[in-house]
Design a protein around this ligand. Structure first.
Ligand SMILES: NC(=O)c1ccc[n+]([C@@H]2O[C@H](COP(=O)([O-])OP(=O)(O)OC[C@H]3O[C@@H](n4cnc5c(N)ncnc54)[C@H](O)[C@@H]3O)[C@@H](O)[C@H]2O)c1
Length: 297
């Protein structure tokens, strides 16, 4: 089951990266957006990134300018933008990277189930919803996986390949092979909350906020402890600001709804309070710390 043509629905932060890595790997890609403005923005980001990579290849002596430019043009030439989902009909794999709203995702997959070719594989890039719910909505649960990429897709090496109890073995194997083909390290995971990375990372962030609430240590000292004691690139409270306090809260709320008795998912009061105050972390300029752009003030 070879994947030659890929469809990506949603060309935002994650979707544009998925489109790019698939095109760079030699696949034809259809990028579908809801509105022309969003499509133009996503395709513009890809063009900028592909051209930057070409310049880097020349700088490092990995290619001549002519080769790098030809390569970049070929990558961009494999991408076709569209506002029409019917253009996904002949794709071997369709990856969804739209807004994190389960009802919207289920409606999209119901529509895709009606138009994709019989052999197509469906994948969701969801961070927090059960894959099986979208799989059932598509009407083809055996041909459905989670493909959870990390931000920025062009740089982060991991992809979690999520199988539900209904995923066919050959579909799972093809999805895993796709992850490898686009230059990622695929890891297999069952359809569990947060898969591997977020199931470990989010409760760790929760613990750090609970330490802060108890007054066990200051935010700076908690972060310094994990940075200098464990060699992490940033501490858990800086990480929470980085991810976004609203995003973290919404992931936790979804889990609490489904698993109300899991103590690892207990929502810290300070997280709710900051979000209520509009302090969302780096993106709003203040969370647990103050931010100037991408740097802590
Ligand atoms: N941001 C992250 O770090 C991250 C990491 C891993 C996974 N994810 C997941 O990836 C998905 C996308 O997140 P994002 O950060 O790229 O969001 P985003 O808001 O940057 O992009 C979503 C895009 O989807 C488009 N869209 C919405 N509904 C659509 C529809 N029905 N048809 C076509 N296009 C539609 C929007 O116009 C938007 O451009 C979410 O499920 C999210 O949970 C995000």
């Amino acid at each position: 089951m070879e994947i030659k043509k890929v469809g990506v629905v949603g060309c935002g932060l994650m979707g544009h990266g998925i489109v790019q890595v698939a095109a760079q790997a030699g696949m034809d890609v259809v990028a579908v957006e809801a509105e022309q403005g969003f499509l133009d923005k996503g395709l513009g980001r890809i063009e900028k990134s592909v051209k930057k990579l070409a310049a880097k290849a020349v700088e490092k002596g990995k290619a001549t300018e002519e080769q790098a430019n030809a390569n970049a043009a070929a990558t961009l030439g494999r991408i076709h933008g569209s506002l029409d989902k019917a253009d996904l009909a002949d794709c071997d794999l369709i990856v969804e990277a739209i807004v994190e709203d389960l009802d919207v995702k289920k409606a999209l997959f119901a529509e895709l189930g009606g138009l994709a070719k019989p052999g197509a594989i469906f994948a969701s890039n969801t961070s927090s919803f059960p894959v099986i719910e979208m799989a059932e909505a598509s009407g083809r649960p055996e041909r459905f996986v989670g493909l959870h990429f990390f931000n920025p897709v062009q740089l982060m090496r991991l992809v979690e390949v999520v199988r539900t109890e209904k995923t066919d073995d050959e579909v799972f194997a093809a999805a895993r092979a796709f992850g490898e083909a686009v230059g990622k390290k695929p890891v297999a995971c069952k359809d569990t909350p947060g898969f591997v990375v977020n199931r470990l990372l989010v409760p760790y962030m929760v613990q750090s906020l609970q330490m802060l609430e108890r007054g066990d240590a200051t935010a700076d000292d908690i972060d310094a402890a994990m940075q200098f004691g464990c060699g992490y690139p940033m501490g858990p409270i800086t990480l929470t600001d980085y991810v976004g306090l609203d995003t973290t809260l919404s992931i936790l709320e979804g889990w609490v709804e489904r698993y109300p008795n899991e103590p690892a998912f207990a929502i810290p009061e300070c997280l709710r309070q900051k979000v209520a105050e509009g302090k969302l972390g780096r993106k709003s300029g203040e969370g647990f710390y103050k931010w100037e752009g991408d740097k802590r003030a």
